[in-house]
Design a protein around this ligand. Sequence first.
Ligand SMILES: [Zn+2]
Length: 397
Amino acid sequence: MSDVMSVRLHLSGVGVRGVLVDSVDRLEVEVESSREWSRCPHCGFRCRKVWDRRAKRVRDLEVSGRRTTLVWRRRRFECGNCGERHLEDHAQFQRGLTRRFARRLVKDARVMSIRAVARHHGMGWHRIMGLVRAHSAEVAQRRRARPTRVLLVDETSIRRRHRYVTVVACGDTGEVLAMIPGRTKASLARFFRDQGPDWCRQVETVVSDGSRSYQAAISQYLPDARHVLDRFHVARWFTEGLTQVRREIQRRDPERRPPTYEPDLFRARFTLLRRADHLSDAHQAHLDRLFEAHPRLLTAWEALQELYRIYEADDLDGANEALGHFADLYATGQIPEYHQVVDTIIAWGEEILAYHPSRRASNGPLEGINNLLQVLRRVAHGFTNYGNYAARGLLVT
Ligand SMILES: [Zn+2]
């Protein structure tokens, strides 16, 4: 019985009866429940009369590198009240696995492909995926039951630029709440409907990219929430104006095909988009040289810096002031390339300026989640099945 002791199951409510197989690579232990009764599923009576026993194999964590199976002497009880018979359940055993082993498999699936997990434990791919999906559904249900004050919405894809998926996350905890197929109004609307009106009413702030589809769903289902346009998406729009001005100026000979560029200006294409307070002395000197040669470039650069200041400002007043400075620069007529930026500001002004009153809410946490999803896609060697991607994607946070 020393072997039995060395197994040290550490499973509460489980007693060891004996060791059946004890070889180099395999360990089989016979176990039974230490509880004396089982509740009748038909009438609720506490049954103590055992009708018979059946051996049920349950996989457990490896013991010193050996594959371990518990042979559970599962009892069938006969009810002393209604006479029906039933097989007992045990909290530690589910679907032929101990709970701790199931947890371990799900954990492995976070960092390995399902195929690798299945191979490592000598199990079937579908069995592992089924466990992951069941676990993911439980986690999702728990997360989605809690109130969310700040909601983050963004899109990602199953493969690069293929088959889009809407990711919804909680800004308070940084956890993924759902991954929904598609990026239409209907995709997001379905999430809000599933969550129900009570849950929706608790959302104070929602951050999204500049998608009209998302906006439509948000205004319909979260009419009282403050809708903030994600600053990283807005910054990308803002830089478009300056990029167009640069392209226009750097073209030396527009008639020639392919057109020739002024190399010094082209080299500054990334430096130009930086925030003024993030520039090194060398970069600043480079820009000053360019501005001297091209005054219009300076105006365009100053306009972009004012746009950045909308976000860098301490409060809404500061943001409005920066916006005013930008409008003055645009009004000079020197930078017509900014007309699209102006259109964007007119169309989305409310959502852009909601940034300050919402205590600077942004999709920053979603950028981190997107990186984790990218790692997951690489680990899994890509996904073809949307449901599997959604189940595993939810577990990256
Ligand atoms: Zn009964």
